[in-house]
Design a protein around this ligand. Sequence first.
Ligand code: SF4
Length: 381
Amino acid sequence: MPGIYLHIPFCKQACHYCNFHFSTSLKYKEEMVGAMLRELALRHGYLADKELDSIYFGGGTPSLLTEGELMRFFEEIGKYFTLRPGAEVTLEANPDDLAKEKIAALRRTPVNRLSIGIQSFFEEDLQFFNRAHNAREARACLEDALSAGFNDLTIDLIYGSPTTTDAHWEENLNIIFGYPIPHVSCYALTVEERTALAHFIKAGKSRPVDEEHAARQFEMLVSAMRAQGYVQYEISNFARPGHFAVHNSSYWKGEPYLGLGPSAHSYNGESRQWNIANNAKYMRALSDLSDLQDPPPGLFEIERLSPADRYNEYVMTGLRTIWGVELGRLRQMGAAFEPHFRQHIRPFLENGQAEQAGDTFRLTDAGRFLADGIAAAVFWA
Ligand code: SF4
């Protein structure tokens, strides 16, 4: 069930917590679109299956693309692939970009799902995060997108910020429950290296992020979502039945995908590769390819996955999802993995953080917030 990911590496301004790859200068946006189309022409053969289940515009801020730029991507993708009926075509969008005219323009494209970076409905959070939108725009874009017919919406929220009181977090959740939104992704605020947030905390200009505060808001989140009928199918992702994200689920299930654009990753079951995370170098590598048949050197790095790498990736993602870790999959990877997994998951079965149903192991509510640590404990060293 293959998919294509397109990384649009531009943002209006830098959110203080963000360590994704982007530039705040939009000067080369058009050239970047041209370079990405050339990458597609060179690398479409990476996916053996020519029917796509998903296309995902991520970033960065894909809602900075014009209708014309988006259509150029769809026309070029259409030369090499077809979309399966009902395929999911997602575009990440920021509220400040979603004026009514923009939403109408997006409705004229094959985009059928918007992923809106709301993050919070409170000004103090949005200012602390250095988001480009305000609380009014956060609500207005939801209303406008829904009334324009974008029913397949997912929104992102952030919890655990020192600015987010429990009362505000509860209110954030209650606001989204007031809209017919089928999918919600919620992330704990994390302090990544080399971000403005890390710098402010180090300089004593910002309160540090408190893990207990985040853990408590995660518990509030899980119980509120459950009470509203959402399924927590991945630690950070909640959906109404029938609305699990196709594209992200394919990552977690190990399906192949082709990533285009600077810093984009690709995966084909045998290897992972990641494009250079530098806009100028990326565009230069793809600047004049009229006689090139293969991707130019320096465009990406590649890592062939050993059986141990595949085991580690599988337990890492499996333990984060409702699909869990299946012993049959471990056996296919090599004879040593099942006994290793059984031995190292045992303490978590005993302390109630993991559970077993038949041949499948999953984390319980008590284990889910600790998923990364539990996965590390069962890794093949
Ligand atoms: S808009 Fe998204 S990608 Fe851009 S800086 Fe903010 S969080 Fe990062």
